[in-house]
Design a protein around this ligand. Sequence first.
Ligand SMILES: NC(=O)c1ccc[n+]([C@@H]2O[C@H](COP(=O)([O-])OP(=O)(O)OC[C@H]3O[C@@H](n4cnc5c(N)ncnc54)[C@H](O)[C@@H]3O)[C@@H](O)[C@H]2O)c1
Length: 257
Amino acid sequence: MLPGMDDMPGKVVIVTGAARGIGAKYALAFAAHGCRVVVADVASTDEISEKVGATGAECVSVHADLSSRVDAEAMAAAAIDRWGRVDVLVNNAARYAGLYRGPLEDIPPQEWDDVMAVNVRGVWNATAAVLPPMRAQASGAIVNISSGTVLKGTAGALHYVASKGAVLAMTRAVAREVGGAGIRVNCVTPGLVSNEASREGREAEFAERVAQRTQERSLPREMHEEDLAGAVLFLASDASGFITGQNLNVDGGTVFY
Ligand SMILES: NC(=O)c1ccc[n+]([C@@H]2O[C@H](COP(=O)([O-])OP(=O)(O)OC[C@H]3O[C@@H](n4cnc5c(N)ncnc54)[C@H](O)[C@@H]3O)[C@@H](O)[C@H]2O)c1
């Protein structure tokens, strides 16, 4: 267990977009710290719920399209029905893999709307869904997953970058709105992770992209999915109890923000 994480065992944690990728790693990291975990995704969560269960942690699997408020409320209700509380929400689900890359004039309008529906409205929906139980408990921690592309102003994916900019903005505004109820809201901006989602649709140029990002880092190596769990667990735990509305940039020291 990481130092200062003694409060984690027993916490009820919802991880959205947990079916695969970095979300699956968050779910496993919370399980390893004794948490009870809801794995929610629009894709099948059978594999990750089996893996979480294999650690001995209690796990609830929820099929949810977070662009729908009804699904988001059903996700929160699943945690309440099973354990009667929600301590942590990790807003990780997003449209990222395989998105259009190129001039902003040519972004397919439907894809623009889909990205906003999941990456922005989805965060709003999931947040709104967990607020009633968190308010009733007078405690809770929400960790929003934005992207380092917001800090760098990365070109060629305006819909994605705009959506993740909204996530950072919402972190601050929601932190102000719910802080009086004892609820903290923070954000993480990951750099480029060498994973399946980052590769999807960009296989030909991927090695060059990774080499370029690696060279920009103070810690000049590839970034892995596991590099993010510590930051998210910290912001979810009482170790960060007086931190809210903040962003924790995890990019190996590329942007000093
Ligand atoms: N991989 C990177 O380099 C990187 C960098 C910065 C930020 N991020 C962010 O980290 C998070 C995880 O990224 P990843 O690399 O694991 O991507 P990923 O595509 O592997 O995972 C995203 C998950 O979200 C789920 N999802 C998509 N739409 C959904 C919806 N409507 N409702 C519920 N779930 C939905 C997907 O099914 C998938 O399991 C995302 O928010 C992404 O934007 C990733």
